[in-house]
Design a protein. Structure first.
Ligand code: AOF
Ligand code: ZN
Length: 325
């Protein structure tokens, strides 16, 4: 197998941490001896062992000896850390076992690491190659990257509209527009994100649960968007008045990803900020309202978004737009 194939495996392993690791990154690692993977690891959840440590521990706990590591290469989807956090530095661990070579997809933008993990390995005489499958790794870790590089959470907008383009009837009365498969799809987004936000009208009108009821893991922190709130607020919700204040709260609370679920005013507000990183537009194949509240109109190119997929399930089409870099 080629280095990129091993890195692809790292990324596949890392994906199992979705929704569990925030605000940490998704990381996968494989240990390769004579062109064969002898152990695998991934970051399973916030506060838990890093990918490299898991791969090493898994191998040793199966009764194997560490001697073989001198003849092994390590592939990892993020630069090994160099800091003492919840766990000791992974770079030190790799040095201790004297691995031959380390292949890394991308540098860790966390200022506590930022190149010093690679430096540590090289200083110890380990050969390091950086950048294999970098685009894949960066895409997988877009929440983590936004948090550290842009100092703001990654914003995802999602809405469902009828086949004739309405997100609600005129009365705004809660109406199910998308089908069961799309509901699961939305729950997967909720599971991946650290926070979820709805507008005041949606909260009062729909009383949505805004939970993931399919996939497990920590539930997203709930926010309601309103510039003038004067009723009682369910204690589950935190209030947000504008995007700058919201970014500040997210940075303070370590929330690196936000799913904005509506309604129209809130979606339009976020589209106007130009800070939208992803849009998931669900459109019913058959439901027609004839009249009602139109879904948000947006110019994807003007927002720096590319249409990246258009798929369908039994009852709906799902179109996804993503920020270019
Ligand atoms: C790695 N491998 O699997 C992960 C890394 O609080 P801690 O100790 O878990 O440290 C979190 C930071 O460590 C995180 O922000 C990122 O910089 C790095 N995560 N590094 O070598 C891993 N999850
Ligand atoms: Zn680490």
């Amino acid at each position: 197998m080629k280095p990129i194939d091993y890195i692809r495996r790292c990324i596949e392993l890392a994906a199992q941490g979705k929704g569990w690791v925030n605000p940490n990154p998704l990381v996968g690692c494989v240990i390769v001896h004579e062109d064969k993977i002898i152990s695998e690891g991934w970051h399973q959840g916030y506060g838990q062992a890093h990918a490299e440590r898991m791969a090493i521990d898994e191998y040793l706990s199966a009764g194997n000896v560490a001697e073989i590591f001198k003849e092994c290469d390590v592939y990892v989807s993020l630069e090994p850390c160099s800091h003492f956090g919840k766990t000791p530095p992974c770079a030190d661990l790799l040095v201790k076992h004297r691995f031959k070579r380390v292949f890394v997809s991308m540098l860790d933008p966390n200022i506590l690491v930022a190149g010093s993990g690679i430096e540590k390995l090289r200083q110890a005489g380990i050969s390091v190659e950086v950048g294999i499958g970098e685009a894949l790794a960066r895409s997988q870790n877009r929440f983590f990257l936004s948090f550290h590089e842009k100092k703001r959470p990654y914003f995802i907008l999602k809405w469902a509209e009828t086949s004739d383009g309405f997100i609600a009837p005129e009365s705004r009365f809660r109406t199910a527009i998308s089908g069961v498969e799309s509901q699961k799809y939305v729950h997967a987004l909720r599971q991946e994100c650290s926070a979820i936000l709805v507008g005041r009208t949606t909260l009062l009108g729909d009383n949505p649960q805004l939970t993931d009821r399919y996939f497990g893991g920590p539930q997203p922190v709930k926010f309601v968007f309103s510039s003038s709130w004067n009723g009682d607020l369910d204690e589950d919700f935190q209030m947000v008045e504008n995007v700058q204040q919201f970014i500040k709260i997210c940075m303070e609370q370590g929330l690196n990803s936000v799913l904005v679920e509506g309604g129209l005013q809130t979606l339009e507000y976020f589209l106007a900020t130009g800070l939208v990183d992803e849009v998931h537009q669900i459109q019913s194949k058959s439901m027609v309202l004839g009249t009602g509240i139109n879904g948000p109109q947006f110019e994807s190119a003007a927002l720096g978004l590319d249409k990246v997929s258009h798929t369908e399930n039994e009852s709906d089409f799902i179109t996804v737009y993503k920020r270019k870099s």
